[in-house]
Design a binder for this molecule. Structure first.
Ligand code: PLP
Length: 391
């Protein structure tokens, strides 16, 4: 059974998003006639450099930062690596606090610095997927120099108490980094009000191009370059600028910010409608992560007695794109570390599917997806020995 009109229903926007048509239009000139190297000494280059500066200034504005505090990177992974590794390099020794539910870009960077003699505490969130400030307060040591807690989780969508953590970190003069790759343009971010010192973003999560993002660094917080070379990005991250990417990123951010209130309200309505239908119409189903403090488009369900991977394949045949846990760990055969961190037993982790919608989703499409889910799950349970024994 394919969706009636043969088109697909894409519900994996946390993995990546489609380029917005306005983003493509904005980028095209920089892949064509505006090809100058921004570092050139002539007007042709100066014009392109000027466009880059304007784009970075706009990106800065979206989080209430100064233009000189935005450093373009190749995306979320690089930004996260930079934040952890450079903070460690500048401090030489000491302790980092992070959470067990971070993206692997943070977790693996922390493991890398642990091998160099740094200490890392990985805080487990509460069962609802939200980190408790008291757990962070308890973990602090005299040598703690960095706290890194994501603004919103990529698998279960839970929104973390960033402002409270920021205030606490500032009081203790500890650097505070947040991975805002999923949160950026989906929730309000003000780096001053929230006392954030470093913040990671990635354009491809907001209908921008892949391979581009930024790391915000509060002025004076970190001074060591991450990539050495020709001195681009104010000497901190060298390499000829990805002009089209930067312009596309700023355009994507502009588009996302412009319709944010209407878009996120609509997504939340559609999200809550689907959550309600799933939880009331599919027995033995559960929503992972807090039902209110979650990203507007995120749903993460576990369906007892069902293999999530098999369900994804069935949904695919019905024209529906969803993911089992995070895209990065799909295929690893390991239960999701995020679901583990909230105490979900492995058998439920393997029974988990994530749906992440955008503003293009319709109620009819959600009805179609829920109906497919009901049929597929009933079929899988009929074949499940565990389910039959349970009955
Ligand atoms: N951090 C989070 C929370 C993410 O969701 C992702 C991507 O899924 C990343 C970091 C990595 O970003 P990128 O794909 O731009 O390297």
């Amino acid at each position: 059974m394919k969706k009636g009109d043969g088109s697909m229903i894409y519900m994996d926007n946390a993995a990546t998003t489609r380029l917005h048509p306005e983003v493509i239009n904005a980028m095209l000139p920089y892949m064509g006639k505006r090809y100058a190297n921004p570092s050139g000494a002539y007007t042709f280059s100066a014009d392109v450099k000027n466009d880059i500066n304007n784009a970075e200034a706009f990106l800065a504005q979206t989080i209430q930062a100064k233009p000189q505090e935005i450093y373009i990177t190749s995306g979320g992974t690089e930004s996260d690596n930079w934040a952890v590794k450079i903070a460690a390099e500048e401090h030489r020794r000491g302790h980092i606090i992070t959470t067990a539910m971070e993206h692997h870009a943070i977790l693996k960077s922390c493991e890398a610095v642990e091998k160099e003699g740094f200490y890392v505490t990985y805080i487990r969130p509460a069962e609802n997927g939200i980190v408790r400030l008291t757990d962070i307060q308890r973990a602090v040591r005299p040598d703690t120099f960095l706290i890194s807690v994501m603004a919103a989780n990529n698998e279960i969508g839970t929104i973390q108490p960033v402002a409270q953590i920021g205030a606490f970190a500032r009081r203790h003069r500890i650097l505070f980094h947040t991975d805002a790759v999923q949160a950026y343009t989906n929730m309000d971010i003000d780096v001053n009000a929230m006392q954030i010192d470093m913040l990671s973003t990635s354009a491809h999560k907001l209908n921008g191009p892949k391979g581009i993002g930024f790391l915000y660094i509060r002025e004076g917080c970190v001074k060591t370059p991450f990539i050495h070379g020709g001195g681009q990005e104010r000497g901190m991250r060298s390499g000829t600028e990805n002009t089209a990417g930067i312009i596309g990123f700023a355009k994507a951010a502009q588009t996302a910010m412009a319709n944010k209130p209407v878009r996120t309200q609509y997504e939340m309505r559609m999200r809550d409608y689907m959550i309600h239908r799933v939880l009331t119409e599919i027995p033995f189903s559960r929503l992972n992560g807090d039902s209110r403090k979650r990203l507007p488009g995120n749903m993460n369900f576990s369906f007892q007695f069902v293999d999530g991977g098999t369900l994804i394949v069935m949904l695919d045949k019905q024209g529906i794109c969803a993911s089992a846990g995070s895209a990065c760990s799909t295929g690893s055969g390991m239960p999701s570390h995020v679901l583990k961190s909230i105490g979900l037993p492995d058998e439920l982790s393997f029974a988990t599917v994530r749906f992440t919608i955008n503003e293009e989703i319709t109620r009819q499409e959600i009805d179609y997806v829920v109906n497919c889910l009901k049929n597929d799950i009933a079929q899988l349970r009929e074949q499940s020995e565990d389910y039959q024994n349970f009955l």
